[in-house]
Write a protein that binds this ligand. Structure first.
Ligand SMILES: Nc1ncnc2c1ncn2[C@@H]1O[C@H](COP(=O)(O)OP(=O)(O)O)[C@@H](O)[C@H]1O
Ligand SMILES: CC(=O)N[C@@H](CCC(=O)OP(=O)(O)O)C(=O)O
Length: 302
């Protein structure tokens, strides 16, 4: 059946709207953090994989960093166990670490690799241990007490990223592979650390001098005290929003890593709704602003 003129023009408009972005972002690196909460629906998973393959096919270089917190929770539950979280970070003892590694470095990583490959991409799964990709050290979490003092909290085998071996990633990127990174790091002595996936995505984006960091989550963006999406966010706003409890839990590492990445030279960071099909594609290739933008520049449409 032939297209009617209106539909044909709409399709043509969408395609031509993408052209300047395809040209501007050619050969640029886009780091996409795929959160565990966005992995629960097969259609959304497919739309995510197609977006990543499309980005690569039109000449950009997507690098995926994934989470899998809910998937770790599921296995812990099946084993009759649970773990605490403080400010979005899982308290991780040695036996929890075994499960975390099994789930993030095993089932979750391989299912994302498989998904991208089934959609025609060439994904390669890595943990921070492969090629010493993510050098880590123990993280001591700074937490403000009620009287305003800063306390350092020990979360066990939870790490922060000390360095990212970009040569490992560049090798794959140049060979047209799509790296898919599980958030596990290793220190000089070979100890394994569980690292929040947002923090890994931020550091990978910084190290690769990425054009964009796109963080897919399970909410429409960063909400203000009245539950409206904040379209833009600066360092100044963030400290106050955390202190007043408007930003809490898993949103704290997300916002912090996005700000750090932008300060370190990533052009823009975006916190977007992973429940929206094709949100990555819409973010990269359309004029519309989606979710919360953290950038030194204004919105594309402004
Ligand atoms: N100001 C805020 N705006 C939006 N979400 C927030 C805010 N503060 C805390 N959150 C919580 O952070 C969650 C996202 O973090 P998290 O569950 O760790 O996501 P992910 O698994 O995608 O990393 C949201 O679902 C929401 O419950
Ligand atoms: C230290 C820490 O909290 N690590 C996370 C790593 C996975 C993750 O970040 O997953 P999401 O992005 O799906 O939340 C965890 O154990 O759950």
């Amino acid at each position: 059946m032939a297209l009617n003129t209106e539909t044909a023009l709409n399709i043509a408009n969408v395609l031509t709207e993408a052209l300047p972005y395809i040209q501007r972002f050619a050969d640029k690196i886009i780091v996409v953090k795929y959160g565990g909460n966005a992995m629960t629906d097969p259609e959304l998973e497919s739309s995510f994989a197609r977006d990543i393959v499309l980005l690569k096919t039109v000449g950009l270089h997507p690098v995926v960093v994934h989470g899998g917190g809910p998937q770790v929770d599921n296995l812990l539950k099946q084993l009759g166990r649970e773990s605490d979280r403080i400010d979005g970070m899982r308290v991780t003892d040695a036996s929890t670490m075994e499960i975390v590694e099994m789930v993030l470095g095993g089932s979750v990583n391989k299912s994302i690799v498989n998904l991208i490959n089934r959609h025609g991409g060439r994904a390669i799964g890595l943990t921070g241990k492969d090629g010493n990709l993510l050098r880590a050290k123990k993280l001591l979490l700074d937490k403000k007490t009620d009287d305003g003092q800063v306390q350092q909290i020990d979360l066990g085998l939870v790490g922060e990223v000390v360095s990212v071996k970009t040569d490992v990633l560049n090798l794959f990127i140049k060979s047209d592979f799509i790296p898919v990174i599980a958030p596990l790091g290793v220190d000089e002595e070979g100890n394994t650390y569980n690292i929040n996936a947002d923090l890994v995505a931020g550091k990978v984006a910084e190290a690769l001098k990425a054009e964009k960091l796109v963080l897919l989550t399970n909410i429409s963006g960063v909400l203000d005290a009245d539950k409206n999406v904040m379209t833009g966010l600066s360092t100044k706003d963030v400290d106050h929003l955390i202190d007043t409890g408007v930003i809490y839990g898993g949103m704290i590492p997300k916002v912090s890593c996005a700000l750090d990445a932008v300060k370190a030279g990533v052009v823009s960071a975006h916190i977007v709704d992973g429940r929206m099909p094709h949100v990555t594609l819409l973010e990269v290739f359309t004029d519309e602003g989606i979710g919360t933008l953290i950038s030194n520049r204004l919105r594309k449409s402004q």
